[in-house]
Design a protein around this ligand. Structure first.
Ligand code: TXA
Ligand code: MG
Length: 366
């Protein structure tokens, strides 16, 4: 057990003394949790193998899952990657600093532990002032996965980090809730054509406007389709209760979700419902008796009419409904384009395959 020091910092004008303390801790090979615009990151000196090993130990993360290296600006890419294809340059110039990670061929200076033995490194320039100040003051590249215990939802507040990692990290910089709430978009330029490895804060549509060749990871690429990012197939964002995702036209999703919730309650389960506000409103009358009896707990995350807020609130909402002590969670998604693609991706992973598609094509409820 380590004693975890928690420092509150202003998100716009972080106290230089606090940042210097965190920067020194990183240079000394310690673990520092810091906010980014996406989620909180668990940082260590990226070129110090012993420090990077501590990340895997603290998170209980398998060594097969590579880490993103955070840098202060595009000028540092050449220290870590052998080159930058034209498409990667375009995306970096448009979306850095911001929620975009680029996978490039790595230089030998990057430890194999960081990249899980892969010949490629994932690089990102975050825009959060605290993250930027930390990288500028420390002068080192910082390896940082999301600051959650392995397989838990990513942390969007310092309280989430404390829940998962207190006693396992040296310092936490608390700058309040993060803006985007979903992890960065990852585009892999180590393959041709480039592949969207993880949808996130920058949408596939935005990426393709600049680099039309980028293909989504899943789809009809056939048997030769590129391998998924390591770590992307493992259990992720998983609440303790088993989660089922309902998809399809909103009306039918609401009807099916309510019917299944009533059935589960009749069978003795306590049910949690995780849904955007419009769905909860439509559901209320359908589940009223069970909800009044305390057999159903509901948790909103944003609204279909406000997808950005849905993204910001999703992980916090998953933690909250899980903490309500439910046996099963029934969730509805907010669509599949733009930012909703990232939300759907995280819910699909949390569901670990339990996805029920209802009422597409106006067909029979499944
Ligand atoms: O928004 C974010 O990206 C946050 C903040 C802290 O920056 N970080 C984050 O890291 O989400 P993490 O470790 O939870 O997810 C990074 C994922 C890994 O699971 C892995 O799939 C992929 O990035 N990745 C990292 N390096 C890679 C590489 N060399 N090749 C392929 N995939 C890689
Ligand atoms: Mg993560």
């Amino acid at each position: 057990m380590t004693t975890t020091r928690i420092l509150t910092v202003d998100r716009e004008r972080p106290d230089p003394a606090a940042i210097e303390e965190a920067a020194q801790a990183l240079r000394d090979g310690k673990l520092v949790v810091f906010p980014t615009e996406t989620v909180y990151g668990l940082g260590a000196h990226a070129l110090d193998v012993a420090a990077v090993q501590k990340i895997f130990d603290a998170k209980e993360r398998p060594a097969t899952d590579p880490l993103i290296v955070h840098i202060a600006h595009i000028g540092q890419v050449s220290q870590l990657a052998t080159g930058m294809p034209g498409g990667a340059r375009k995306l970096a110039l448009s979306f850095w600093a911001g929620p975009l990670t680029l996978i490039l061929k790595k230089k030998t200076e990057v430890p194999d532990l960081v990249t899980a033995g892969l010949p490629n490194v994932a690089l990102r320039v975050p825009s959060h002032r605290v993250a930027r100040a930390l990288m500028e003051m420390s002068g080192i590249p910082i390896a940082a996965p999301s600051a959650n215990r392995f397989s838990r939802p990513s942390p969007t507040t310092a309280a989430h980090v404390i829940e998962d990692l207190e006693g396992r990290v040296d310092l936490i910089l608390d700058a309040g809730p993060t803006d985007i709430g979903l992890e960065s978009t990852i585009v892999d330029f180590a393959v041709d054509p480039p592949v969207l490895r993880r949808p996130g804060g920058i949408t596939l549509e935005q990426v393709r406007l600049l680099v039309p060749e980028v293909v989504p990871q899943t789809g009809e690429e056939g048997p030769d389709r590129p391998q998924p990012s390591p770590g992307q197939l493992t259990r992720h964002y998983a609440p303790r209760a088993s989660l089922t995702l309902f998809e399809g036209s909103p009306n039918r999703v609401v009807a099916r979700l309510a019917a299944d919730a009533r059935t589960a309650v009749a069978q003795g389960s306590k049910v949690g419902i995780l849904a955007p506000e419009e769905d909860l409103l439509a559901l209320a009358a359908l589940i009223a008796p069970a909800a009044a009896a305390g057999k159903i707990a509901v948790q909103p995350y944003g609204a279909r009419s406000d997808i950005e807020r849905a993204g910001r609130e999703l992980f916090s909402a998953i933690r909250a409904i899980d903490a309500a002590g439910v046996d099963v969670i029934f969730a509805s998604s907010v669509g599949s384009d733009g930012l909703a693609r990232a939300i759907r991706d995280r819910l699909t992973r949390a569901a670990e395959g339990r996805v029920r598609t209802v009422g597409v094509d106006g067909g029979q409820l499944s």
